[in-house]
Design a protein around this ligand. Structure first.
Ligand code: BG6
Length: 477
C-alpha cells in the first residue's frame, strides 16, 4: 500500500526527441549528434562518426517513428492517465544547422501539433530544450560548446521555442543531464552534452570546464529570456543524480565520496545558487585550467538561476579511496567499486530504490528548491508471449519500490516534489547503447537491435499497473 501524493502531482512519462521521433531528415530537419551515432551493446560503445557514413547502422534515424505515430502514442499515454508528458524539441528540426538565420517552419509546426494533441487529453507538456541533440554542423564548424559562439546559437533556439510555445508549454528544462560531462574522458558524454570530439582536445578536462561554463551561461541566459517572454514559465535544470556512497566508514572513503559529489554537483550548484562553489574555483585554479569566465558571465549566472531541479535517478555507486588519491582524483569513474549489497541490471546498473530517497533529501538540503523526478527506470529485455502479452513483473517491481521511497520522501521527509515521469514510457532507442532491446516502456514497440520489426505498439503488464498507480494517486502500488 502506497501513500497519497499532493492532488496536483504530475504523473507521466519521459522520452527525448532523438530517441523516438525518427524522421531524421524529413521536413527540413538537419543532422544532429544523435544521427551520427551507430548501434552498440552492453559491452560495445556506440561509434561516433564524422558525419553520416554509408553502410552504418544509425538507430536514431528511424527510432520508433514517433514523428508519424505521435497521435496514436499520445492516446495510449492518455489511456494510462498521464498528467504530463516529458519530451524534448529536436534542435535540428527548428534550426537544421544551428546557425541558420531563420527557423524551419515545418519543425515548429510539428511541435505545435504535438502539444495540441497533449492538451486535448489534459496532458501538460514538460519540455527539455537540449537533450543530446545538438546540430552536428555546430560540432564540425564551431567545436560545439568549446566555442563561446554556441551560447548565442542556443539562446536563439531557446527564445524561438519560448516565443512560439509560450501559451502551450509551462514547464521547461534547459540541458539534459548537464553534469554527465564531469566524466570528461567519455566520448559519448562529452559529445551529447557539449558537442565535441574528446580525442581532439589537448586537455580533455580543461576542455570540459570551458564547454560546461559556456553551457551554464547559455542556460542562465535562456532562463532570463524565458522569464521575460512568460513570467509564469517554470524553468529547471536537469541533472543525473547519482548518489556516491563511501565504500566503508574509513574517513578516507567518506572524504572521497564528498569530493566526488563536489566534482559532480557543481553544475547544479551554479544553476541553483548562481555561482561556482569554492571547492571548484580552487580545483580549477590549482590544476591550472584557464577557462574564459568573464565578470559579465558571473552576473548572468547570478541572474539566471532555475526555478526547480529536474533530475534522473537510475542507480547509486560506491567509491573507494583504496583505488585513488583523494586530492589527485580527476576521473570519478576510477574510484568506483561494486556495492555488495545491491543487485544490478543486465547492463550493470545498480538497483537501489533507497538511493532515490537519499537523492530527494540530498537535493532538498543542498538547494531548497522544488524537485521533479523526470527520469527513473530499469532497462530490461522483454519477452512477447505467443498471445502477445508481455509480463514485465521485474519492471513493476523496480518502479513500485522506487515510488515507495519517493512517497516516503514526500510524506515523511517533507520533500517538495512536483512530479514523476519514468523514463522511456514507450520503448525507444537507448541513448547509451543505441539498442532497442534495452527496454524501459509500459508500451512495447516491435523493433529489435538490428532495426527489424513492424513498429507495432503493444501494452505490457506494467501499462495496466501504472494506470492504476496514477488513478489512485500513488496509493495502489
Ligand atoms: C539518461 C538520458 O541518461 O538515461 C536518457 O537522459 C537515457 O536519454 C536514459 O536514455 C537511460 O539510459 P540508456 O543508456 O539506458 O538509454
Amino acid at each position: 500500500m502506497g501513500m497519497k501524493l499532493p492532488k496536483d502531482f504530475l504523473w507521466g512519462g519521459a522520452v527525448a526527441a532523438h530517441q523516438l521521433e525518427g524522421a531524421w531528415n524529413e521536413d527540413g530537419k538537419g543532422v544532429s549528434v544523435a544521427d551520427v551515432m551507430t548501434v552498440g551493446s552492453a559491452t560495445q560503445p556506440r561509434e561516433i562518426t564524422h558525419g553520416v557514413l554509408p553502410g552504418k547502422n544509425y538507430p536514431n534515424h528511424e527510432a520508433i517513428d514517433f514523428y508519424h505515430h505521435c497521435k496514436e502514442d499520445i492516446k495510449l499515454m492518455a489511456e494510462m492517465g498521464f498528467k504530463c508528458f516529458r519530451t524534448s524539441i529536436a534542435w535540428t528540426r527548428i534550426f537544421p544547422n544551428g546557425d541558420d538565420a531563420e527557423p524551419n517552419e515545418a519543425g515548429l509546426k510539428f511541435y505545435d501539433d504535438l502539444f495540441d494533441e497533449c492538451h486535448k487529453y489534459g496532458i501538460e507538456p514538460v519540455i527539455t530544450l537540449s537533450h543530446f541533440e545538438m546540430p552536428y554542423h555546430l560540432v564540425e564548424e564551431y567545436g560545439g560548446f568549446t566555442n563561446r559562439k554556441t551560447i548565442d546559437f542556443f539562446v536563439k533556439f531557446a527564445t524561438t521555442c519560448f516565443n512560439r510555445y509560450k501559451d502551450k508549454v509551462k514547464y521547461w528544462m534547459t540541458f539534459n543531464e548537464i553534469d554527465n560531462q564531469s566524466e570528461f574522458n567519455n566520448p559519448f558524454l562529452t559529445m551529447t552534452n557539449s558537442g565535441y570530439f574528446v580525442d581532439e582536445q589537448e586537455n580533455p578536462e580543461a576542455a570540459m570546464f570551458q564547454a560546461a561554463h559556456y553551457e551554464l551561461v547559455a542556460s542562465a541566459l535562456a532562463v532570463k529570456e524565458g522569464k521575460k517572454i512568460n513570467p509564469d514559465f517554470q524553468i529547471g535544470c536537469m541533472i543525473a543524480c547519482t548518489p556516491y556512497y563511501p565504500n566503508t566508514s574509513d574517513p578516507d572513503d567518506i572524504l572521497l565520496a564528498q569530493r566526488v559529489n563536489q566534482l559532480r554537483c557543481w553544475f547544479s550548484d551554479v544553476q541553483c545558487n548562481g555561482e561556482y562553489p569554492k571547492a571548484i574555483e580552487k580545483y580549477i585554479e590549482r590544476n591550472g585550467f584557464r577557462p574564459d569566465i568573464t565578470a559579465e558571465d558571473r552576473i548572468v549566472l547570478k541572474e539566471g538561476t532555475v526555478d526547480y531541479i529536474g533530475f534522473s535517478y537510475y542507480a547509486s555507486r560506491n567509491v573507494s579511496a583504496s583505488k585513488v588519491k583523494i586530492d589527485d582524483l580527476h576521473d570519478i569513474d576510477q574510484a568506483v567499486v561494486p556495492n555488495k549489497y545491491l543487485k544490478t541490471t543486465d547492463w550493470g546498473w545498480t538497483i537501489d530504490p533507497k538511493g532515490l530517497r537519499w537523492s530527494l533529501n540530498f537535493l532538498t538540503d543542498r538547494y531548497h528548491k522544488p524537485l521533479f523526478i523526470v527520469e527513473n527506470g530499469m532497462g530490461a529485455f522483454d519477452k512477447v508471449e505467443a498471445d502477445g502479452a508481455i509480463h514485465d513483473s521485474y519492471r513493476i517491481d523496480y518502479l513500485r519500490k522506487h515510488i515507495e521511497q519517493m512517497e516516503k520522501a514526500v510524506n515523511l521527509d517533507g520533500v517538495d516534489l512536483m512530479g514523476y515521469t519514468p523514463w522511456g514510457c514507450i520503448d525507444l532507442v537507448s541513448a547509451g547503447t543505441g539498442q532497442m532491446d534495452k527496454r524501459y516502456g509500459f508500451i512495447y514497440v516491435d523493433k529489435n537491435d538490428q532495426g527489424e520489426g513492424t513498429l507495432k505498439r503493444m501494452k505490457k503488464d506494467s501499462f495496466y499497473w501504472y494506470q492504476k498507480v496514477i488513478k489512485s494517486n500513488g496509493e495502489d502500488l
